[in-house]
Design a binder for this molecule. Structure first.
Ligand code: HEC
Length: 159
C-alpha cells in the first residue's frame, strides 16, 4: 500500500473531515513504521522513576512526554483537531470562513501538525486556552493535547 496515499487521506477538507471523524480511520494502518523521529526525541527525559511532573509548565520544551503515553492521532489528535480547530484552520476552509485564522496555520496533515507543535501547545494545551477563541475543550482534553504534542504527535502511540 502506498504510504503517501495513506497520509493524504488523513485530512481532506473540513466537511469530509467532520464526517470521517465519526468512522474509523481506515486509512491509518500504514503509518505504523513511519515518523518515529518526533516522538523519540522527547521521550528520553522521562525515563527512570522520578516523580511524575504534572506541571504547570512555562514552555513547550518543559512539557514531558509520559513514557507510557497512550494518546495518539487516531484515538485523540485527529478527532480533537476536527472538533475544535479545523472549522477555522482546515485547509478547505477559505476566505471569511477562516474567521481570521492564518493560512499557514492549517492542520490538514500530520506534517503540518508536527511542524507547529510548540505553536499549538502555547495556544491550546495544558494551561493554555487562547485557542479556540471561544473556548470549548475541557481541561482534560487540553491535558491530553499537551501530552500528545509533547510526544511528537504520534500517529500510533509509542512510536
Ligand atoms: C473560530 C475560529 C478559530 C478556531 C475554532 C480556532 N482558531 Fe486558532 N486562530 C484563529 C484566529 C483568528 C487566529 C489569528 C489570531 C490569533 O493568533 O489569535 C488563530 C491563530 C492560531 C494560531 C497561530 C498562533 C501563532 O503562532 O501565530 C494557532 C497555533 C492556533 N490558532 C491554533 C488553534 C488550535 C490548536 C485550535 C483548536 C484547539 C484553534 N486554533 C481553533 C481562529 C480560530
Amino acid at each position: 500500500m502506498n504510504m503517501k496515499v495513506a497520509k493524504d487521506c488523513l485530512f481532506r477538507g473540513a466537511r469530509v473531515l467532520v464526517l470521517a471523524a465519526v468512522v474509523p480511520w481506515a486509512c491509518g494502518g500504514d503509518e505504523a513504521d513511519t515518523d518515529t523521529s518526533a516522538s523519540s526525541e522527547t521521550g528520553s527525559e522521562t525515563d527512570g522513576d522520578t516523580a511524575i511532573d504534572e506541571g504547570p509548565w512555562e514552555s513547550f520544551d518543559e512539557r514531558p512526554c509520559p513514557q507510557d503515553s497512550a494518546v495518539d492521532a487516531q484515538n485523540f489528535g485527529i478527532p480533537f483537531l476536527l472538533t475544535h480547530c479545523n472549522g477555522c484552520h482546515g485547509g478547505a476552509v477559505t476566505g471569511e470562513e477562516r474567521q481570521g485564522a492564518p493560512p499557514e496555520v492549517t492542520f490538514d496533515t500530520m506534517d503540518q501538525v508536527r511542524m507547529q507543535l510548540d505553536r499549538i501547545w502555547v495556544r491550546s494545551a495544558d494551561g493554555n486556552d487562547t485557542m479556540p477563541p471561544a473556548g470549548g475543550p475541557t481541561d482534560e482534553e487540553r491535558r491530553m493535547l499537551g501530552e500528545w504534542l509533547a510526544c511528537g504527535a504520534p500517529f500510533v502511540a509509542g512510536e
